[in-house]
Design a protein around this ligand. Structure first.
Ligand SMILES: NC(=O)c1ccc[n+]([C@@H]2O[C@H](COP(=O)([O-])OP(=O)(O)OC[C@H]3O[C@@H](n4cnc5c(N)ncnc54)[C@H](OP(=O)(O)O)[C@@H]3O)[C@@H](O)[C@H]2O)c1
Length: 253
């Protein structure tokens, strides 16, 4: 039980990687505050988490808003008396090339992907310091390094996430360790939404799969294993890093 008696916030926990991370952290004994916008999927994940005999809360809310992030931290402290870590995982695509992209969609992508990380760190850091050995795992993307058609706001926001992760690690070490994950194509709804930007979406997913050196898409479980490593004491000398987890795509690009 690598996270026994530890309390974590996980955003974007209603689907894909966030759900996978929630289930893995629960198996490792963590108490959880889960967030997403969809209450039905949120309650379903909460039920699965509780089957693993840990305590958890689902809190519905738009993570792009500062008040939601503060509320998550307040609830963690109110329910569990402390906060040991967070996984900032929620993400939004906001597809469109620069000239096509509605400015509102640009802002929404940045609010969901980048402002949310700033807000969650801002409100969590005082609690993470109090708990001692605080950790933050931030979900970026290989899109921080590599461009894709019509992913202007997504790629730019994910690159910002990496810069913010390193900055936070510099400002808040040694008390808090802060690392990023940069997944390649993982089989979740967001990947299939992202493929819509390509002329043949089905082919784009197939080509992404072929471009890996492992001949398969990632699974939420693959990402959950890395998130667990970065959240646990197994990575106690690691901070300010970005871990690419992509089946080898970046080596092959
Ligand atoms: N799949 C990939 O290939 C891939 C690759 C690299 C990085 N990523 C990143 O991995 C993370 C997880 O994505 P995923 O692939 O697991 O996609 P997913 O299955 O579509 O999940 C996205 C999650 O983000 C939540 N979310 C989106 N906007 C939100 C908002 N405004 N407020 C609160 N929650 C919000 C969604 O919850 P609700 O629907 O309940 O709001 C959902 O739980 C994202 O940051 C994504 O950018 C994905």
């Amino acid at each position: 039980m690598k996270l026994k008696d530890r309390v974590f916030i996980i955003t974007g926990a209603t689907s894909g990687m966030g759900k996978g991370i929630a289930l893995k952290f629960a198996e490792e004994g963590a108490s959880l505050i889960l967030n997403g916008r969809d209450p039905e999927r949120g309650e379903a994940v909460l039920k699965e988490v509780k089957h693993r005999e840990v305590d958890a809360l689902f809190i519905q809310g738009d993570i792009g808003k500062e008040a939601t992030n503060k509320h998550l931290v307040d609830k963690a402290v109110e329910k569990f008396g402390k906060l040991d870590g967070l996984v900032a995982n929620a993400g939004f695509l906001g597809l469109g090339s620069i000239t096509e992209l509605d400015t509102e969609l640009w802002h929404r992508t940045f609010q969901t992907n980048l402002d949310s990380v700033f807000f969650l760190l801002k409100h969590s850091i005082p609690e993470l310091k109090k708990a001692g050995k605080g950790v933050a795992v931030i979900n970026s993307s290989i899109a921080a390094y590599k461009s894709f058609p019509k992913h202007a706001s997504y790629c730019a926001s994910k690159a910002g996430v990496l810069a913010l992760t390193k900055q936070a690690a510099v400002d808040y070490g040694p008390e808090i360790r802060i690392n990023a994950i940069c997944p390649g194509p993982v089989d979740t709804p967001l990947l299939h939404d992202s493929a819509i930007a390509f002329p043949d979406p089905e082919m784009a997913v197939h080509e992404a799969e072929k471009a890996t050196l492992m001949n398969r898409l990632g699974k939420p479980k693959d990402i959950a294993q890395l998130a667990l490593f970065l959240a646990s004491d197994d990575s106690s000398w690691i901070t300010g890093c970005a871990y690419t987890i992509d089946g080898g795509i970046m080596a092959n690009s």
